[in-house]
Design a protein around this ligand. Structure first.
Ligand code: C5P
Length: 321
């Protein structure tokens, strides 16, 4: 519990985590599944504006556009939506205010639904439902960010479930750190390519994008570059990816229950009976370090953080670097 209090104040470290979480961090460092070789620097503590500017400059939102091999050879230039994600809602126009709703158990009994739905655009993750939870999480979904397991694992019923209909979809999967697209295409974590092609053909009018793995690893580089210790050599969580995605599309971003409120709980997801502190503090994903970086960019009050689990971030268009 103490580590979350320090996290809210921005001064937590891996040594504060429970021993089993520290152990799995060390195991992932040793495993280095994605062949991460970081050669960048490690900055000392940067100010809010410095972190915002570094993210804005280093992490360029990018989706597969079918112009690179092997995707160009597969006709993906005609398969992807004709309009780039950044221009989907009008060229150069940004949402005024956006919500990012994490799936954390701590959002239960928050009564944040009305506030969340008051934002112009709302991003949700993976299989997180709104039905039955409207009072706490709202019911508007503009974008759903999904990992490759959602597309590939039968239990998610990606093709038939209503969870994935009537919104913009953005999918991602970890490629090797070198961003070798051919190796990634041949050996993704979960095969997202086949279901993506299939859905594009079946529902050509639904905007549906795949994030470029370069973007994912640029985010990782910024997290490591702002952390003194070695972070897990695995991609950031969907939560962090979604936050930066919305910072690219919105003038202001409000994130709910990413840094936990006083409702903090080991309940992993608000919609499942599964308890695991790793969901909040990280095992595979470098969650603790992502959250420390987001804490540093936060312009909302400690009161909002404690009562709502809310962080407010300036969108990239609104920061002058
Ligand atoms: O588990 P899933 O990835 O679908 O959840 C969406 C995101 O919400 C995570 O990637 C993570 O950033 C955030 N989350 C969290 N704490 C939890 C559960 C999810 O911060 N207990």
């Amino acid at each position: 519990k103490a580590v979350v209090q320090w996290l809210r104040r921005g001064i937590a470290s891996a040594g504060m985590l429970a021993p089993h979480l520290q152990k799995s961090m060390r195991d992932y460092l040793h495993l280095n599944r994605h062949h991460v070789a970081y050669s960048g620097l490690r900055r000392g503590r940067q100010s809010r504006r410095e972190v915002l500017c570094e993210l804005k400059e280093q992490a360029r939102l990018r989706t597969l556009d079918g112009t690179e091999q092997p995707f160009s050879g597969l006709g993906w230039d005609r398969l992807v939506p004709p309009r780039p994600l950044e221009q989907l809602w009008g060229q150069g126009s940004k949402f005024k205010s956006c919500a990012v709703v994490t799936s954390a158990g701590a959002i239960l009994n928050s009564s944040l639904g009305r506030e969340i739905d008051s934002h112009e655009a709302v991003l949700r993750f993976n299989a997180a439902p709104t039905e039955g939870y409207e009072n706490d999480v709202g019911n508007k979904t503009t974008i759903r960010l999904i990992n490759s397991q959602i597309l590939a694992r039968p239990r998610h019923r990606f093709n038939t479930s209503s969870l994935y209909k009537g919104m913009t979809l953005v999918a991602w999967d970890p490629a090797p750190y070198s961003v070798d697209l051919l190796r990634w295409y041949r050996n993704p974590d979960y095969d997202l390519f086949t279901p993506y092609e299939e859905r594009r053909r079946l529902h050509p009018t639904q905007p549906f994008y795949v994030l470029h793995p370069k973007f994912i690893w640029q985010l990782w580089d910024v997290i490591q570059g702002n952390t003194q210790e070695n972070i897990q050599p695995n991609p950031p969580s969907s939560g962090f990816i979604g936050i930066v995605l919305m910072m690219s599309l919105c003038e202001e971003v409000h994130v709910y229950e990413y840094i936990p409120s006083l409702r903090q709980t080991d309940l992993c997801h608000y919609h499942e009976h599964h308890y695991d502190a790793a969901c909040t503090l990280g095992a595979y994903h470098p969650l603790l370090f992502e959250k420390l970086l987001v804490q540093r960019m936060n312009s909302a009050s400690q009161h909002d953080l404690k009562t709502k689990g809310k962080v407010t971030l300036s969108g990239f268009s609104a920061v002058n670097c």
